[in-house]
Design a binder for this molecule. Structure first.
Ligand code: SF4
Length: 345
């Protein structure tokens, strides 16, 4: 089948997805990217939504082989931001005009349920924002309490749809358990985000195709297709970093397959390639997630090293990103940028 015909198929099957991910010819790759950009325009318009991240704790009870926050990394200085520090950062993000606040941490069981509940309530009482939680796997009871407190979205990446690789990367954990959590989150009303990591060791194109098909099956509201960057203090510290081109093809194919979802141009992509986020926005992405974690903490949220903008003052983020977005002929979204499947804003 010709590429132009393949790009017009409404529901691509696995072989079709693998074909798109495998494109080598420059002209054909441009056709893929152009199609993804067209689909993005149709379903998301030209707005780029900003999500302000507060990485409030870098403690983690888990041992994911690729992540610098893993429990066994004893060289990383650990921190927990206080409630007041989190609230002040949330106010700062709001003043910058951003209407989604992402509360992110490792799987930190010592940051207890009621403390997070009260942070969610205070932010929602004071600021007209959406809240995304990205706290890893927690108990169903906790998810429900936080939802009732006002949280809108939960981001829990599946990382890989290959159960064997999932078990390797997560030291024996079960992919099905992660999927049970995602389905539960959706069932109680969260807008859910999930996603994979492109370029992890032992991953094949077939695995990436399965990732995209799984995201469709889960009916996610947000899909993050981000590149692997080896972190020196981990078992994968000497592995090869992801290929930027393959990451872009993954994002473009995700846009074509998933259509009405939010797709971020990730900070990891901007770390691998100086203009990675701009490239991502041209191949289907419609979200940027600037990091507002204050000093001195921001240096120590090291999932991977040399994170883009890590030494920049968060004060400068808004104007820098606005310029980037406007130079691409797009606009910064002014709303909360809720799920495209049910616009609630
Ligand atoms: S990926 Fe998440 S759960 Fe795994 S070690 Fe890193 S912070 Fe912890």
């Amino acid at each position: 089948m010709k590429l132009t015909e393949l790009l017009n198929i409404e529901n691509l099957n696995k072989q079709g997805i693998i074909h798109l991910l495998s494109l080598r010819d420059e002209f054909e790759t441009k056709l893929l990217f152009a199609k993804a950009d067209k689909v993005r325009k149709k379903y998301c318009g030209d707005e780029v939504h900003l999500r302000g991240i507060i990485e409030f704790s870098n403690h983690c009870d888990q041992h994911c082989l690729y992540c610098g926050l893993r429990l066994h990394n004893k060289n990383l200085p650990r921190y927990r931001m206080s409630k007041d520090e989190i609230l002040n950062t949330a106010r700062f993000i709001y003043k910058a005009g951003i209407r989604t606040i992402v509360l992110q941490s490792g799987e930190d069981s010592l940051y207890d349920c009621s403390e997070i509940e009260s942070i969610i309530k205070e932010i929602k009482n004071e600021l007209n924002v959406a809240i995304t939680l990205s706290l890893g796997e927690r108990s169903f009871e906790e998810y429900k309490i936080w939802k009732d407190a006002g949280a809108d979205r939960y981001l829990l990446k599946h990382e890989t749809a290959n159960p064997k690789l999932y078990s390797i990367y997560h030291q024996g954990d079960d992919l099905e358990n992660r999927l049970v959590h995602l389905r539960y989150l959706k069932s109680i009303g969260y807008q859910i985000g999930s996603g994979n990591i492109i370029g992890l060791p032992k991953q094949t194109l077939e695995d990436i195709a399965d990732d995209l098909m799984l995201l469709k099956k889960l009916d996610v509201d947000m899909a993050s297709i981000s590149p692997f960057i080896p972190s020196p203090q981990t078992p994968y510290g000497n592995e090869t970093k992801a290929n930027v081109d393959l990451t872009l093809k993954g994002m473009a194919t995700a846009r074509i397959v998933l259509k009405d979802v939010h797709i971020p141009a990730t900070t990891a992509l901007g770390t691998l390639d100086e203009i990675g986020r701009e490239k991502g926005l041209k191949v289907g992405a419609n979200i940027i997630m600037p990091n507002y974690t204050p000093n001195p903490y921001r240096q120590n949220y090291q999932i991977y090293p040399d994170k883009k903008c890590i030494s920049d003052d968060p004060l400068a983020c808004g104007s820098c990103l606005t310029l980037m977005i406007e130079l691409l002929g797009r606009q910064v979204g002014k709303t909360k940028g809720h799920s495209l499947k049910k616009v609630l804003a």
